[in-house]
Design a protein around this ligand. Sequence first.
Ligand code: SER
Length: 320
Amino acid sequence: MKRILITGALGQIGSELTLKLREIYGTDNVIATDIKKNDSETALSGPFEVLDVTDAKAMIAIAKKYKVDSIIHLAALLSATAEAKPVFAWNLNMGGLLNALETARELKAQFFTPSSIGAFGPSTPKNATPQDTIMRPTTMYGVNKVAGELLADYYYHKFGVDTRGLRFPGLISYVTMPGGGTTDYAVEIYYDAVNTGRYTSYIDKGTYMDMMYMPDALSAIVDLMEADSSKLIHRNAFNISAMSVAPDDIAASIAKYIPGFKISYDVDPVRQRIAESWPNSIDSTAAKEEWGFKIKYDLDKMTQDMIEKLRQKRQLRISG
Ligand code: SER
């Protein structure tokens, strides 16, 4: 990667990935795009273009203008929003992906897009879910993710585009809130813990899903993109996870640092059903073997860092 175009750069992953890539590859070599500009550091600290990913011509024009050699396509709707607006989700998630792959083909660019634990479904083995297994998701988001994995494979085999991808678990970060995901509770719980000392979870106790702290997710993207192409057998959509946790596990971890923290439950049937259709824990062996996937943060280490960073943010807000 030398000159990188990012779509959805102001979203949950993009807002942090853009800054990390600017540090590694140079500010002017990372072109951030999103449907709207805002006044965040990500939008203001380097090249930024407004881009609707369903506009194929605009995407190719921006890619050519900056002569990019890599495309990181992040713009997409998450699971709960996609469930509420399935046709819109299909058009945005699949239309955007096809345009991004076509742009990569035309510019002979390397390509990355995330898949998700949401690509699995109720008939998938629930525990230590293998890399290669049954994939029959029951959500529009999952349908988009499986189709996206196959489409990226197709562009590699048919056109030689160097496509790569990761099946992300729920991503937890103190910087940008996710929007409309099923795993969002695992972010909200930390904000509420720091602000009020209690949290009401819309996901039921004992519901296990994979999670990962954002710094580990960002490193995984860079490591996969820099990996030796000839070593990648599963190039699109490696399972990766840092922990398999239920809301009560996160609550117990928070209570170690915020004594008296209380969790209660008011289960949202829609998101609960989505969560129950996903694996409890996925197996990351292929990612470890093929490109050396590793993590720095387990649950307690992440909890400690999240609480520290959110307290600093709160302090800045109060004093600012
Ligand atoms: N975090 C995503 C969601 O909940 C899963 O990939 O939709």
